[in-house]
Design a protein around this ligand. Structure first.
Ligand code: IPM
Ligand code: MN
Length: 353
């Protein structure tokens, strides 16, 4: 197959981790007889510095024309520390999600057998944990009206959902539940928020169409608690944009390091694959960042965007091997026994023959 992949490496450690995922993807392509055309494009702070826009039109066109987008990370402290700055790298990510219509963010919570002891949770709590969070990605408080009313010294962010947006994402979650263990948890705050009551109403309407799936509703505060107390109780979880942002960071550390977790964003146009971690600016250029989240995002890309299941599986297998054999970065190994970011990438690629 000919695979056209846009590469939006972004800021901080983005370029370093994306490099490793490209090495591994190239090795897979070589082995299975595919040709990958990588097209780099600017995003984030790098794009602001170059052209004053964190998601330039040219980048959008490259993404639209690609079969998939591999994304690194964006954000730099010089923007975080200046809240008055009107142009921010994160706006690039949000603009990309909106313009590509990426309404669903699929974030699996994976537990690796060889890393059980690295989890902040007790081994017996997590060894059977395996769930996926489906986060709504183009609606809610992230995209509602926001602003300041200086005369009253107030700021506001509106949370808005249409029935169609909610139905679309809950249906997608049901389709995942049907392929997995047939349990769906719809997370909301229906005791307080009107948008959550809409979510619950839509969920209750759809339940009947999926009688094989056991549907449960859980308030977001209780969900945060349950992720720690009984993670194996979840199969598929679906929730709105900001709750999903927060809960997936929480869930990501169950594995022992957030640097391991991949994600896929899918929707109307080209799908985007990115690690769930941020740009980790303190580590930029130090060759210490964990590339596995991005490498596993590439595995998701082979699976979701190209339907190349054997290729995806082989990437997951070599990642498991690296974890089992201790070919890992310092977030997992500690400083003494750590491999560098690019050494992990080289090792993984070399395993694929
Ligand atoms: C994520 C990130 C983004 C989000 C930020 C960088 C805008 O935290 O992808 O989870 O909040 O969606
Ligand atoms: Mn986040």
């Amino acid at each position: 197959m000919n695979l056209d992949i846009a590469v939006l490496a972004g800021d901080g450690i983005g370029p370093e981790v994306v490099d490793q995922a490209q090495k591994v993807s190239n090795a897979i392509a070589k082995k299975y007889g595919h040709t990958i055309n990588w097209t780099p494009a600017l995003t984030g702070a790098a794009a602001i510095d170059a052209v004053g826009n964190p998601y330039p039109d040219e980048t959008h066109q490259i993404c639209m024309n690609a079969d998939a987008v591999l994304f690194g990370a964006i954000g730099l402290p010089r923007f975080d520390n200046d809240p008055s700055n009107p142009v921010r790298p994160e706006q690039g990510l949000l603009a990309m999600r909106k313009k590509l219509g990426l309404y669903a963010n699929i974030r699996p919570t994976l537990v690796f057998p060889s890393l059980l002891h690295k989890s902040p949770l007790r081994q017996e709590l997590i060894e059977n944990a395996d769930f996926v969070c489906i986060r709504e990605l183009t609606g809610g408080i992230y995209f509602g009206d926001k602003g300041r009313d200086e005369s009253r010294n107030t700021a506001y962010d509106h949370c808005v959902y249409t029935r169609e947006e909610v139905e679309r994402i809950i249906r997608l979650a049901y389709s995942y539940a049907m392929q997995r263990n047939k349990k769906l948890t719809i997370v909301d705050k229906a005791n307080v928020l009107e948008t959550s009551r809409l979510w619950r109403e839509v969920g209750q309407g759809l339940e009947k169409e999926y009688p094989e799936v056991k549907t449960e509703y859980l308030l977001v505060d209780a969900a945060a608690m349950r992720i720690i107390q009984w993670p194996e109780g979840f199969d598929v979880m679906v929730t709105e944009n900001m709750f999903g942002d927060i809960l997936t960071d929480e869930a990501s550390v169950i594995s022992g390091s957030m640097g391991l977790m991949p994600s896929a964003s899918i929707g109307l146009h080209t799908s985007v694959f990115e690690p769930i971690h941020g740009s980790y600016p303190q580590a930029t250029g130090l060759n210490i960042a964990n590339p596995i989240g991005t490498v596993l995002s590439a595995a998701m890309m082979f699976e979701y965007a190209f339907k190349l299941m054997d290729e995806a599986q082989e990437i997951k297998d070599v990642v498991n091997k690296s974890l089992a054999e201790g070919v890992v970065t310092e977030d997992i190994a500690g400083k003494d026994k750590a491999y560098g970011t690019s050494e992990v990438g080289d090792w993984l690629a070399a395993q694929i023959k």
